[in-house]
Design a protein around this ligand. Structure first.
Ligand code: ADP
Length: 221
């Protein structure tokens, strides 16, 4: 069973539902309903997502590994590894694209997240930002549409989930403000805990409408 983006609520729809976002922090950006219709958080398996491009948390060999990387290679089939073998690896913060083969996604962007070090916080943050930025750029240059992100570096690579999520979301907000080609960004998480972190941070960067303004959560797809 694969999942269509049409069946995943946008932030607009989430805010319009009864489930009020729980966040204590003040918004860092202005409310923009057009942007809220282009972003989603979804708890599920990224290998089942019907997307134009999904983002794999790869290692620098680009030859597969554990976690989400292993799951993507298993679901895509052996042709993915064959194509990856021709890419010559990638540096931390760098991203390379392949086809999706047996996946329900057209393309896979293999991005190499930083291995977190508390002694190099700024460098890790820059590298993680680059992972999100280069993946979004590649989605745009491959025709845009729906991009699904795994939570880069927050598994085995040990990046603190809250810090990583802020970088993921802020990089996306700045990108979407200038781009028209990416119609939906879907953050795919595996655990309930990670879902809650995303749901607590998203309203700071993509605020809900002011309470006087009612939103009908119009779909645009
Ligand atoms: P990294 O090495 O970059 O830390 P991991 O694969 O260890 O990457 O973890 C990244 C995130 O991907 C973790 O939150 C993990 O729970 C999640 N994850 C693992 N498998 C899947 C999957 N099939 N779909 C979506 N997310 C997944």
């Amino acid at each position: 069973m694969t999942t269509s983006p049409k069946d995943i609520p946008t932030l607009s729809e989430w805010y319009a539902s009864n489930e009020t976002p729980q966040t204590e922090d003040e918004p860092k950006y202005n409310h923009d309903e057009g942007l809220n219709r282009r972003v989603s958080i979804w708890r599920g398996d990224i290998t089942k997502l019907q997307a134009d491009l999904i983002v794999n948390a790869a290692n620098s060999s680009l030859l597969g590994g554990g976690g989400v990387d292993g799951a993507i290679h298993r679901a895509a089939g052996p042709e993915l590894l064959e194509e990856c073998e021709g890419l010559g690896g990638a540096e931390t913060g760098e991203t390379k694209v392949t086809k999706g083969y047996e996946l329900p996604s057209k393309y896979v962007a293999h991005t190499v997240g930083p291995i977190y070090s508390s002694r190099a916080v700024d460098k890790c943050a820059q590298q993680l930002k680059s992972c999100y930025q280069t993946s979004l750029d590649l989605c745009q240059s491959h025709g845009g549409g729906v991009i699904g992100f795994s939570s880069i570096s927050t598994g085995v690579y040990g990046y603190p989930i809250k810090d990583a999520t802020e970088i993921a979301i802020e990089t996306t907000r700045k990108f979407l403000e200038k781009d028209q080609s990416v119609t939906r960004v879907i953050y795919v998480v595996f655990s309930k805990k990670d879902e809650e972190v995303y749901k607590s941070i998203l309203p700071q960067f993509f605020p809900p409408p002011p309470s006087s303004e009612s939103s009908n959560g119009n779909k645009h797809e």
